[in-house]
Design a protein around this ligand. Structure first.
Ligand code: BGC
Length: 930
């Protein structure tokens, strides 16, 4: 190189060095990527996915403040990304939306696998790198995708008489051999049952799912499962083997007199689709080539009543290809019908999520032993017990013992909830049932080898429920409040088994709509139940479609079939979608359920005169100290027509709000007018000019409903609030509310500024109160405020479960106001951090939640008149932080005197609060409390 050029190059490269970063600045890729890519209601890389019109969500890294634009690309192979997205490319969309973004590409079809990536632009308009690739693979979306037949044995012909002469089907063992000529590339097993099943491929359990396919209105829709079984299928001989039992479809459900009684023998539907290495395809389907037997060890299986297992009948090797099934029966087959939709399961399957091993022996007799699991739980036990050949181990369950230590099963009512194991050998046996579940804390074993002293390792508690992820936590400085939080979360885990149930133990375990309606917001603070609820809402829509008048039955799926609806219960059709939308920000739930919500309001209308619906109501179910006792007393003292009208107005109001979100302005007005008209008739009917409820018996719930649902003129409302306070005072600051009033109590008192009063009620130790049950040893929420006492044992009423989640609805207020974390705009797009401490009871509380945008938290403590607040606000949101004092002079942020900056701006300073607008980030505040 000559010197001239050398001279030229040097300054040029310096120039370039200085200049290049400048020109590339505005498009500089930030070295960050979006994470947590999910589809629809939060599914990560699902196989057998249900949604052909998915939405996309992602989270921005904490370094980023906000998103100004995004781009999504989708391809049929990861190799095509990011450069050749052959399915869809959204281009750069200027939007801050990072949750539930609609897929707008070409129509997707069954089995299709889609790979996708996302890129975002941050607050400085700098693009991120492409995210890691996520994917989803659709299941079989329509009935015509199925080549298989419903297959199984006719078990009705030799059925067993069960409880109340109910016809019980023997569990079946079904199998099919097949051979493959070459190695395989991939394999998918599509499978479901009319009943519940467990499937093996070449001797290996295909999944650890429990009680699949779960419970839907089987006359309308049955959910199907998809498993990637590529690793389980081989060249040469293969065997598919399925265990099948009645489950909800053909078993005893709902006090033994259900519609499903008519349902025939359980059947499976199964389609194994294999792509071989040479590119050819092979399908193995359930059909007449399958063989089956009922002469297996599982002699009996009922969800309510338990299992009978005779180890002497075990069929060695029946799940292996080498087994000779020539003596097995030929199966019966039926074509699939168009009237029942086969659709991929749209929420998490049931699994064993925890194993309880810290067990205690409570008592032993010569022939029995009682174990305490130390937690009222839902699931089954795994026993490891010494036995003598031919003996029967009996496993009984109970939620609590009577005050004298006696085993108590009366409150299971007709549910036998007992498992039996017949031993085939002398020695230690290990066993767990498969097609039943129990609600219990205590377990009694008898029939074991009496020469051996029982030990605590004989038994383990297998906790089972829909595999919902824990997303929230709440803790405080108060032990009983923490126990209440634990009881709430266990109450949820014990009642979210494929459908939201009232209780897990007695002869119900049904999808009671009222219970679900009150608990769903608290459920969503603690667990990711978004898909769980939307799946159940689909069952609700399907069930409502059977009623031309818009009726929503008491329970979903509707096994009672009594053509009845109740106010406060059927309103789940409106309230739950509205709550889900506000908590997640997902509009789809409103779109999907809008017609159902309108029809429910239409149902009220059609049964009303002068805006008073005359329908049935469970009213303020199980209100304490009812005037009348027994069954009628269960409904409390807030009159039926009052409750009917209040909910008619409330649901109309919510439909108007939903219409507004969906941009349906005519409906918005129509339903708002309806609500106003009902409200004014309601006030005239039930309240005098002094805001007093015109009824001999005053109830807290009558005031709570009228106030919370905004049914009174402002001047009447103020007076009604005073009457409410008087009622609470009369009760010596105890709650006096049942299922409907209890969840509303904290909200109303909070809106009234009566937070200290709410603390006082919440921290009451005597009946009726939340801590009363804790003082009696509760580890879950109870159905009644006095379901059990240490002194008297069980409440004598037979309807008395120790595992009913409804009163746990206070959990929402514990997150929102004790810890101070709530959503101000749908889906936590705007967050409110507003704890209200009350040092008479606690000096610390903390909550965190995995919001759709990322983790948010609020933790405070008070020490020596100093208040400390730590909070995390996730990227792409903003927050209002309310410091609950007006001590601006002593306010420190991150240890320094508080100064406004680009992240923190004062909104205003009020008598009891400093309100600050915050950008994403982690903040800690400190101020004097006086
Ligand atoms: C259930 C409830 C349900 C109620 C309605 C009970 O048997 O367990 O929780 O909401 O009936 O009355």
């Amino acid at each position: 190189m000559n010197t001239i050029s050398q001279k030229l190059i040097l300054p040029l490269s310096i120039l370039l060095f200085i200049y290049l970063p400048v020109i590339s600045y505005s498009q500089k890729e930030v070295n960050l990527v979006a994470t947590n890519l999910t589809v629809s209601e939060g599914f990560k890389n699902p196989v057998g996915f249900y949604d052909a019109s998915p939405t996309f969500s992602w989270k921005l890294p904490p370094e980023v403040k906000s998103q100004t634009a995004y781009s999504i690309i989708a391809a049929s192979s990861p190799k095509l990304l990011p450069d050749n997205p052959d399915i869809w490319k959204s281009d750069k969309i200027n939007s801050d939306k990072s949750t539930f973004v609609d897929y707008k590409g070409p129509k997707l079809v069954s089995r299709q696998k889609v790979y996708w990536q996302i890129k975002f632009w941050d607050e400085k308009n700098q693009p991120s790198k492409w995210s890691l690739t996520a994917n989803f693979e659709l299941g079989l979306l329509k009935n015509s995708d199925w080549k298989a037949k419903w297959t199984g044995l006719d078990t009705a012909k030799d059925s067993i008489k069960g409880v109340r002469n109910f016809l019980m089907h023997r569990p079946q063992y079904l199998r099919k051999n097949f051979e493959l000529s070459t190695d395989i590339k991939s394999a998918r097993l599509y499978i479901t049952a009319k009943g519940v099943f467990d499937v093996y491929l070449n001797g290996k359990n295909v999944s650890n799912d429990v009680l699949s396919p779960g419970w839907t209105p089987y006359n309308k829709r049955i959910e199907t499962l998809t498993y990637d079984v590529t690793e389980l299928v081989t060249a040469g001989k293969n065997i598919l083997a399925v265990e099948l039992a009645s489950g909800w479809h053909s078993g005893r459900i709902s006090r033994g007199k259900s519609v499903y009684n008519n349902f025939a023998s359980p059947k499976i539907l199964c389609q194994l689709e294999i792509t071989l290495k040479d590119g050819s395809k092979k399908i193995i389907v359930s059909d007449e080539s399958w063989k089956g037997t009922t002469n297996g060890p599982r002699r009996f299986a009922s969800l309510y009543d338990g299992e009978v297992y005779d180890a002497n009948l075990e069929i060695k090797g029946w799940t292996k290809a080498t087994f000779d099934a020539s003596t097995w029966e030929t199966t019966q087959n039926a074509a699939i019908s168009d009237s029942v939709n086969l659709r991929p399961k749209r929420h998490e399957t049931v699994k064993t999520t925890e194993v309880l091993e810290d067990v205690e022996i409570v008592s032993t007799t010569k022939s029995s032993v009682v174990f305490n699991m130390k937690q009222n739980m839902l699931g089954v036990t795994k026993v490891k017990v010494p036995m003598k050949k031919g003996d029967t181990l009996t496993i009984r369950f109970s939620e609590m013992l009577l005050s004298d230590g006696t085993f108590y099963t009366e409150n299971y009512r007709s549910a036998k909830s007992t498992d039996y194991y017949i031993s085939a050998k002398n020695g230690v046996i290990e066993w767990s049932p498969k097609f039943t579940f129990h609600g219990f804390q205590f377990v009694e074993l008898s029939g074991y080898d009496k020469s051996v002293e029982p030990t605590t390792n004989w038994i383990k508690g297998m906790v089972q429920h829909s595999n919902i992820k824990k997303i929230g936590s709440f803790t405080s400085s108060h032990e009983k409040l923490n126990q209440l939080q634990s009881n709430i979360t266990w109450g949820l885990r014990d009642n979210l088994l494929d459908v939201p149930t009232d209780c897990p133990q007695r002869d119900e375990r049904l999808g009671w709509t009222g219970d679900a309606q009150v608990i769903s917001p608290t459920a969503m603070f603690n667990f990711n139940t978004h898909a769980f609820w939307t799946a159940w809402l689909q069952s609700m829509r399907e069930t409502q479609s059977e009623h031309s008048d818009g009726l929503v039955p008491f329970i979903i799926p509707d096994v009672l079939q009594n053509n009845k609806a109740s106010s406060g219960w059927g309103d789940a059709a409106v309230i739950i979608p509205w709550d889900i939308y506000n908590i997640t920000g997902d509009k789809k739930v409103l779109e999907e359920n809008y017609e159902m919500a309108k029809k429910w309001v239409g149902y009220y209308e059609s049964k009303s005169q002068n805006f008073i619906p005359t329908i049935h109501s469970f009213a303020d179910w199980l209100q304490p100290y009812p005037e009348k006792t027994g069954k009628i007393g269960n409904r409390g003292d807030t009159p039926r027509l009052f409750v009917n009208m209040a909910y008619f107005a409330h649901s109309s109001h919510l439909v108007s709000k939903i219409a507004s979100v969906l941009g349906k302005t005519d409906d918005e007005k129509k339903y708002k007018d309806l609500y106003k008209n009902i409200a004014s008739a309601f006030e005239k009917n039930f309240f005098d000019i002094n805001g007093k409820f015109k009824n001999k018996k005053q109830t807290q719930t009558s005031y709570l409903l009228a106030i919370y649902f905004d049914l009174l003129k402002p001047e009447t409302k103020i007076k009604a609030q005073q009457h409410l306070l008087q009622e609470i005072k009369k009760a010596d600051y105890h709650l006096g509310t049942g299922f409907l009033g209890t969840p509303i109590l904290p909200k109303v008192l909070d809106n009234m500024g009566e937070i200290d009063l709410m603390y006082k009620i919440l921290f009451k130790e005597t009946y009726p109160s939340w801590f009363y049950s804790i003082n009696q040893g509760a580890t879950t929420m109870w159905e009644r405020w006095n379901s059990f006492s240490k002194e008297d044992g069980y409440n004598p009423q037979s309807m008395n479960s120790l595992n009913h989640y409804a009163y746990g609805a206070v959990g929402q207020w514990m997150y929102e106001r004790i810890a101070g974390l709530s959503s101000l705009e749908p889906g936590y797009k705007k967050i409110k951090i507003a704890p209200i401490p009350n040092t008479q009871f606690i000096n610390m509380a903390s909550a965190s939640l995995d919001t759709p945008y990322g983790k948010a938290s609020s933790s405070w403590k008070i020490e020596n008149n100093n208040f400390y607040l730590n909070t995390v606000i996730p990227a792409n949101t903003t927050a209002e932080i309310h410091i609950p004092y007006n001590t601006i002079d002593s306010l420190l942020e991150n240890g320094n005197t508080f100064k406004e900056n680009s992240n923190l701006k004062i909104i205003n300073i009020e008598k009891n609060a400093i309100k600050i607008m915050a950008q994403p980030g982690s903040y800690n505040f400190h101020t004097k409390t006086q």
